[in-house]
Structures are given as structure tokens and as C-alpha cells.
Design a protein around this ligand. Structure first.
Ligand SMILES: N[C@@H](CCC(=O)N[C@@H](CS)C(=O)NCC(=O)O)C(=O)O
Length: 212
């Protein structure tokens, strides 16, 4: 069944791989599934045709036959569940990997997104300077906790899985802030993930569209 995803016609990040279609491309590359990409403009994302697939008018989406999905966690989980290579066979290990997928989005990503809000949407508010250290410290706390659990391991729980794909995708958004470099094991974790051939292919594919 042919797979089609959606991505920004022109990503605001200019091809740094921060738009969330990169996660989906990466998962598809990891499991060796070809896919087509439908590029959408900001205006088109809010049109009924796209909203019928993505109720919040965002990217990415995933279509496969009659199935249409949105939300990167759900899409990456679906890919990992449908094709071998991204989730362990053992039931308990699989449940733990799924737990980390949820954690990446529900616990690790929210404070990181706050930083984006603080910088982009609230950077010019009179209280922005006062708020920023609080936002940064909340991220540091999460990173400290995650680094403690990761320890010296290459991946969060055994072999590389969809959990690492999601965790690294969330963490790499921090690179520009310098926060990642405060945690060398996490910086190395993200670098290890980005060194995977599947990530490189996904990154190159989005760059080909978004390079300034
Ligand atoms: N929780 C959603 C977030 C999706 C999201 O924020 N997508 C961004 C691109 S990375 C978007 O479409 N932004 C444009 C908009 O919200 O209008 C997911 O993980 O898929």
C-alpha cells in the first residue's frame, strides 16, 4: 500500500530538520518503506481538504490506503507496529519502548516547546527576560532526569527503537539553545541517532525541499 505524508512547502526552519515530518521520514527510512510527500503551504493546511485529515491544520499527516493519521507519536508508533525494525519482539520490551514514545511527547517535549514559545511568541514581552531562566531550568531538570536514566548506554532500553527515534527528535530541537551541550551524554546520544543512515536520508530529503 502506497504511503503519502505531508510536509511544509517551505519549512520555517530553512531545512534544519526541526519540522516534524523529519521524524516520520526517519521512521519510514528505518523500516525501508518508500513514501511520497505532498507539500502543503500554511494556507493550504487550514483548508477543509487538509483539515479533514489533520483536524488541527498541521503537518505531518500519514496516508496509507484508506487510513489517514496525524500526530507524530501515533504515526511513528503505527509505522513501528506495522513494519519490523523499530520495536522489540519481546512483549515487555515493546511495552517499555512504547512507554518511552509517550514520555518523549508528554514529558520531555513540553518544556522544550515552552522555550520555543518564550523565544518566538513572547520574546518581546516586558517580562520575557524574567521568564526565560525559569523555562531553561525546567528543561535542565528534564534533561538531568533523562540523562540519569540513560547513563552510559547507547540507547534508552536495549537496541535502537522508535523510542530513541522520538526522544532524539525531541532533544535535537535544543541544539541551538546550547542546553544539550550542558549534558555531554545526551549530546552524544543525539549525535549517535543523527549518524544513523536512515536519519541522514530523512534529513537530506527534507533539506532538498527546504534549503534556503
Ligand atoms: N503534536 C503534533 C504537532 C504538530 C505540529 O506542531 N506541526 C507543526 C510543524 S512541526 C505545524 O504544522 N505548524 C503549523 C501550524 O500549527 O499552523 C505532532 O507531533 O504531530
Amino acid at each position: 500500500m502506497a504511503i503519502t505524508i505531508t510536509a511544509f512547502e517551505k519549512s520555517p526552519d530553512g531545512g534544519r530538520g526541526l519540522a516534524r515530518d523529519t521524524r516520520v521520514r526517519w521512521a519510514l527510512e528505518e523500516v525501508g518503506q518508500p513514501y511520497a510527500v505532498r507539500l502543503v503551504s500554511f494556507a493550504a493546511m487550514k483548508e477543509p481538504e487538509h483539515v479533514a485529515i489533520h483536524p488541527f491544520g498541521q503537518i505531518p499527516t500519514y496516508e496509507e490506503g484508506g487510513l489517514a493519521l496525524f500526530e507524530t507519536g501515533a504515526i511513528v508508533f503505527h509505522i513501528a507496529n506495522r513494519f519490523p525494525g523499530l520495536l522489540p519482539e519481546d512483549a515487555d520490551a515493546r511495552a517499555r519502548a512504547i512507554t518511552w514514545i509517550f514520555a518523549s511527547l508528554n514529558t520531555v517535549e513540553p518544556p522544550i516547546l515552552e522555550l520555543q514559545t518564550a523565544k518566538i511568541l513572547e520574546g518581546n514581552k516586558p517580562w520575557a527576560g524574567e521568564r526565560m531562566p525559569l523555562v531553561m531550568d525546567r528543561i535542565r531538570e528534564r534533561l538531568k532526569q533523562f540523562a540519569a536514566r540513560l547513563g552510559d548506554a547507547d540507547w534508552i532500553d536495549g537496541d535502537f527503537s522508535a523510542a530513541d527515534l522520538m526522544l532524539a527528535s525531541v532533544l535535537l530541537r535544543l541544539r541551538a539553545s546550547g542546553l544539550l551541550d550542558e549534558f555531554p551524554t545526551l549530546a552524544a546520544y543525539v549525535a549517535r541517532a543523527e549518524a544513523r543512515p536512515a536519519y541522514k536520508r530523512a534529513f537530506a530529503a527534507q533539506l532538498a525541499i527546504n534549503a534556503p
